[in-house]
Design a protein around this ligand. Structure first.
Ligand code: AMP
Length: 221
């Protein structure tokens, strides 16, 4: 079995992180950990926490750092991540979360942070047509729908439009990204962990670019 990987994917909402993480997870046999998917699962379960998270998410705001760090800390402690590593999608989103992640992942740390770069104008159009699988997080769009109606090609789950993919919430999330998340790019770069990958164009081409970068790093390790 090939060795696992410990990766973080950064990029604006709609840059294709979800799509690429699902594919990378299958390719490297490494768990895909999407904090957005974890929160949406809590919302569906209807717990007290889920209700609070839903209000924050629907407004396009960020869930407090201490809660997010607790969720990720617990998830990274399970057997699958201990043995295979992780592909983090949607975390960290603030410098405080990034600092906590570096702590949590000691002593091995993170192998690589990939920044999927797609301009704001492009992601705005993508988000408006985005559809996602409620169960596995696979991404579709109105132009690339699932093969059979609203049933996921990957797992058979329900494919829906997210409630936070409204124009207002999208703009709020993109503003927050520039304010809170974009500084992470510089933060990881200063630590020698960052590689920028062009996220424009065909998803197959973007996937090939990502694999080339990741394999390059693994070859060195
Ligand atoms: P995503 O699916 O990654 O776009 O996440 C959907 C929503 O979940 C975000 O707009 C936030 O409200 C919340 N969320 C997900 N990950 C985080 C995080 N790391 N920190 C704070 N809020 C988060």
């Amino acid at each position: 079995m090939i060795p696992g990987a410990r990766l973080v994917l950064l990029g604006r909402q709609g840059a294709g992180k979800g799509t690429q993480c699902v594919r990378l997870s299958r390719h490297y046999v490494v768990p895909h950990i999407s904090t957005g998917d974890i929160l949406r699962a809590a919302v569906r379960e209807g717990t007290e926490f889920g209700k609070k998270a839903k209000a924050i998410m629907d407004a396009g705001d960020l869930v407090p750092d201490d809660i997010m760090v607790g969720i990720v800390d617990e998830r990274l402690d399970r057997d699958d991540t201990r043995s295979r590593g992780f592909i983090l999608d949607g975390f960290p989103r603030t410098v405080a979360q990034a600092r906590a992640l570096v702590e949590i992942t000691q002593p091995r740390g993170i192998d690589l942070v990939l920044n999927l770069e797609v301009p704001r104008e492009v992601v705005l159009a993508r988000l408006a047509s985005r559809r996602v699988c409620l169960d596995c997080g696979a991404n579709y769009s109105t132009e690339r729908p699932p093969r059979y109606g609203a049933t996921c090609d990957v797992c058979g789950g329900d494919v829906i439009q997210r409630e936070d993919d409204t124009v207002e919430a999208i703009n709020r999330r993109l503003d927050l990204y520039e304010a809170e998340t974009a500084p992470l790019i510089a933060w990881f770069d200063e630590r020698g962990l960052l590689v920028e990958v062009d996220g424009a164009g065909d998803p197959d081409a973007v996937f090939d670019r990502l694999v080339e970068v990741i394999d390059g790093i693994r070859g060195r390790g």
